[in-house]
Design a protein around this ligand. Structure first.
Ligand code: FE2
Ligand code: FE2
Length: 468
């Protein structure tokens, strides 16, 4: 452990002068990026944050007040597995790589850059949110997510510098040069280019879009490139908190919505300043469908190649019996002549879909929790995930129109009914109108219920962020 170095790390940076110099050279650019693109108006504020100080399960999280620009962004890899072997694909059983094999250099670089790009992108998307936080508790959670996405950028930049020489250095600089939503130098993936400027969207993002990130990391944690696998394993421990923020954030809105619905009767939750359940459903439809797109096409030769070469596995590869996936097929519903037809796709070509399935199940578990809250309030409404065909921009369902139940419809019908299914301008402006900051310790905005407990065993009235 080198915790007190300029760059805290457990990868013995001090023992690799060249790598250390390269990263120390990148560090001021990162800090400058953080100052200009990180959370606006809160850079000098003390925030009660968790900092990673070691990777063992007992002691990796240390809590204290920190000013965000002074956060100790470090490089941490999960402990190595002795004699680790590639667990899938054509190279199954061979020793994992500590260095990038020349023949996989381009694919691996693309995987790492694409993952890395999402990390600063989300910080940029969320940079104005703090000003309208519904509570100090939520404000602190937002900043925790933001600094950890910054650390994930460090994690990917470490790999680029360590494994890709000069190309890696250039990619690391480019990661700080692109900007979310910039027409000339946008972030790589579509979903990371729209601002997230209301809190409902923030919870939806951390529930659905961060969870795509989780599944990408879970698949990369199987990678034959050992430093990549170990990096992503540690990132996943932080990622779990981001999804907690999303899932419980929406649960709290659902709870409040139910309380206000009961109070308002026929007038509906909006009459009491809440977010009504039908509006929540529309936000779910939107964020879930754009997040599904992040898994890529249903039938993908890239995905087959990643799997064949041992670069990217399935979620928890060990629980599968057949790690070659050469014989199997995946039964898929494909559009044909205005209708739908089932067909068998060679399993390796369906790897994106296999990962998407695991993701969908995980989301459903969260939706079930929200519905439990609705039932507890005796309200007759059920939230649901739309069909995976609904509102897609990527893959075999893109450019076609489907209802949330997955029935094919004409483009005209979709457009006619769009505002039934997706947030309208007026829904968005209503939600935005609720976004007024509540900065008194222990107090919550009217549209969201209090969490069941505080952070790090602290009470809800704790001053999670010390505003001047
Ligand atoms: Fe991340
Ligand atoms: Fe995240």
């Amino acid at each position: 452990m080198q915790l007190h170095e300029k760059i805290p790390n457990n990868v013995d940076l001090a023992g690799d002068r060249k790598l250390l110099r390269a990263l120390e050279h990148w560090q001021p650019s990162f800090l400058e990026w953080w100052q200009t693109m990180g959370p606006e108006s809160f850079q000098a504020t003390d925030v009660y944050l968790r900092t990673a100080i070691s990777v063992d399960s007992a002691g990796w999280a240390h809590f204290d007040y920190v000013k965000m620009p002074e956060y100790r962004w470090g490089i941490f890899l999960a402990a190595p597995e002795p004699d680790r072997r590639i667990g899938f694909g054509d190279l199954m059983g061979q020793a994992v790589w500590q260095e990038v094999p020349g023949e996989h250099r381009n694919l691996l670089r693309r995987l790492i850059v694409t993952q890395g790009d999402t990390e600063p992108a989300s910080v940029e998307q969320q940079r104005l949110l703090g000003k309208t936080s519904p509570s100090l508790y939520d404000l602190r959670n937002l900043f925790q997510v933001n600094v950890e996405e910054g650390r994930h950028l460090w994690a990917m930049v470490y790999l680029l510098h360590r494994c890709f020489g000069r190309d890696g250095r250039e990619e690391a600089e480019a990661l700080l040069a692109r900007r979310s939503g910039d027409p000339d130098r946008p972030r790589i993936l579509g979903a990371f280019n729209a601002p997230i400027d209301d809190w409902l969207s923030f919870y939806m993002f951390t529930m659905f879009t961060d969870r795509d990130g989780k599944y990408q990391l879970v698949a990369l944690a199987e990678s034959g490139l050992d430093p990549l696998a170990r990096t992503t394993r540690f990132m996943l421990t932080e990622e779990a908190h981001h999804m907690f923020v999303g899932e419980t954030g929406i649960r709290r809105i659902v709870q409040r919505s139910c309380e206000l619905t009961r109070k308002a009767g026929d007038r509906g939750a909006r009459a009491e300043g809440g977010i009504d359940l039908p509006t929540l459903q529309k936000y779910i439809n939107f964020w879930y469908s754009v997040s599904l797109d992040l898994f890529g096409g249903e039938i993908s030769s890239n995905a087959a190649e990643y799997f064949a070469c041992g670069l990217k596995g399935r979620a928890n590869e060990k629980k599968f019996e057949d790690h070659l996936a050469l014989e199997g097929v995946y039964r898929m519903v494909v559009p044909e002549g205005g209708g739908l037809r089932e067909t068998d796709v060679p399993l390796r070509n369906a790897m994106n879909e296999v990962l998407r399935d695991a993701y969908i199940d995980d989301n459903q578990r969260g939706v079930d929790m929200w519905n439990k809250t609705i039932v507890e309030h005796g309200i007759d409404f059920k939230l649901s995930l739309p069909s995976r065909r609904f509102n897609r921009r990527i893959g075999i369902y893109a450019d076609l129109s489907f209802t949330p139940e997955g029935e094919p419809i004409s483009k005209e019908e979709f457009e006619r009914r769009r505002e039934e299914w997706l947030p309208s301008e007026s829904d968005r402006s209503y939600v935005k109108s609720l976004m007024q900051p509540v900065f008194e310790p222990g107090k919550m905005a009217n549209w969201i219920a209090a969490p069941t407990k505080g952070i790090d065993g602290k009470p809800l009235t704790f001053e999670y962020v010390r505003l001047a």
